[in-house]
Every structure is written in structure tokens, then in C-alpha cells.
Design a protein. Structure first.
Length: 231
């Protein structure tokens, strides 16, 4: 086969390989692979120090966060404000704001609850949240009043010095109170130091991290389907 014919084939193979690696090693698939290695358990079936996962409903422990744009109550959020920029003939998205936060929460399953205590320092969890909201503005597309208010709150002008709209976008991912979530970790039973309203037992189930196992948190539907297959 002539060299001129081989070159395009090699380029196609390289592009496919790069795409596959980006997909396979991306955060979403990585989270699903990690969860697939954990045994599904009902909360009352937790055995101390056993790697386990459970799917249930998010309940808040503390006063929940309020998502910046959607204003929904949540126990975790990630949001970005980005501006499209040009570099020569190419364009790219410059991140102007990148904020995330998480707090302790309960996962409730058929009336039973388990405590989840994610920590950021040192980091003891991996999380992937589905994108819940996306808004944008740009040429011939004015920002909505809600988007304009959000931009103003972060000191971002929606127009450039010539009076044209900047190309901006906002993306929001949240773990909403009441939402279905799958969490994996090391199962524990903890004695309660204080009474929890509505909880009448002296011990509570938890999913914790270890040196080998981080807490894994996701609202991906695929994680719930993993549970269904393992029933």
C-alpha cells in the first residue's frame, strides 16, 4: 500500500484512539467503573469495614446550599462561568468563575438512613454530577435578567467596550435535596453522640473513606442501573 494511502489511515486510528481514551478515562466512566467494583447493599445489611454502595434519596443534615442560578436547595454544587475567547484563528473557553462546595448529608432508603461525610481537606471523595442547568449569551443573544443578575453578582460585565454582548455561558451541577443518588464507600456503624430528629436508634450507618477507598458520589442514572443488575 502506498505511503500516501497509509498516512490518512494512521491519522484516523490516532483520532479514534484519542477519543476512546478521553471517554474511557474521563471522570464519568471512571466513577462508574469504581462503583461497579462495590457490592450493592441495603442499609440494614451494612457490615462494618465492608466496601459497599447504596442508592437512595438525598436528605440534608445542615441548612442546605441554594444553587446560584436555579435557586434549588442542594447538598453539593459545582458551577462555572466561562467566556469564549479567540487566540489567532482558534477559539477557546476561558473560565472566569469555578466554584464548588459540599456538605454532610444523609442517604435515605426505604425509611433507613446512612450518613455521608465528605471532606475537602484532605479530599476523601470522588464526585460526578449530571449537568442540571446551562444558560448563555452572545452575539444577537442578550442574557436573561436572571443571568445578568448572576453575572453582576460576580462582577462580570455582559458587554464588551464596544457595546456588544460577550459570549458567556454558565453551567450548574447540583446534588439536590430529594434527588436520587448512589454512594459507595466503607460501611460503618457509628454510635450517636447526639440525638438526630426523627431518628430513634443509638447507632447510625455511614459510608466512609479509607486509605484504599474514597467515598464515591454520583447522581448518574447509570449508577442506579448497576444496582438493579446486581439485585
Amino acid at each position: 500500500m502506498p505511503v500516501t494511502a497509509i498516512a490518512p489511515i494512521i491519522i484516523i486510528i490516532v483520532i479514534i484512539s484519542i477519543g476512546f481514551c478521553a471517554y474511557y478515562f474521563g471522570k464519568k466512566q471512571s466513577i462508574l467503573r469504581k462503583l461497579s467494583k462495590l457490592k450493592r447493599k441495603d442499609i440494614l445489611q451494612f457490615r462494618t469495614n465492608e466496601p459497599s454502595k447504596v442508592t437512595g434519596k438525598v436528605l440534608h443534615v445542615h441548612e442546605p446550599f441554594v444553587a446560584p442560578f436555579s435557586k434549588r436547595k442542594c447538598v453539593a454544587f459545582e458551577f462555572k462561568i466561562q467566556q469564549k475567547k479567540k487566540r489567532g484563528k482558534n477559539s477557546y473557553w476561558k473560565t472566569l468563575i469555578d466554584e464548588k462546595n459540599i456538605q454532610d448529608f444523609f442517604i435515605e432508603q426505604r425509611g433507613e438512613v446512612a450518613m455521608i461525610k465528605p471532606q475537602t481537606n484532605p479530599l476523601n471523595f470522588d464526585i460526578y454530577l449530571v449537568e442540571d442547568k446551562r444558560v448563555s449569551s452572545g452575539f444577537l443573544k442578550d442574557p436573561t435578567p436572571e443571568f445578568e443578575n448572576l453575572l453582576s453578582a460576580y462582577g462580570i460585565e455582559s458587554m464588551n467596550i464596544l457595546g456588544f454582548n460577550k459570549t458567556l455561558k454558565y453551567t450548574e451541577r447540583i446534588l439536590e435535596v430529594g434527588e436520587t443518588v448512589t454512594v459507595g464507600g466503607i460501611a460503618k456503624w457509628k454510635a450517636l453522640d447526639a440525638t438526630i430528629e426523627g431518628y430513634n436508634y443509638s447507632k447510625i450507618a455511614t459510608l466512609e473513606s479509607s486509605n484504599e477507598q474514597r467515598i464515591i458520589i454520583t447522581d448518574l442514572p447509570g449508577a442506579r442501573h448497576q444496582d438493579s443488575r446486581q439485585r
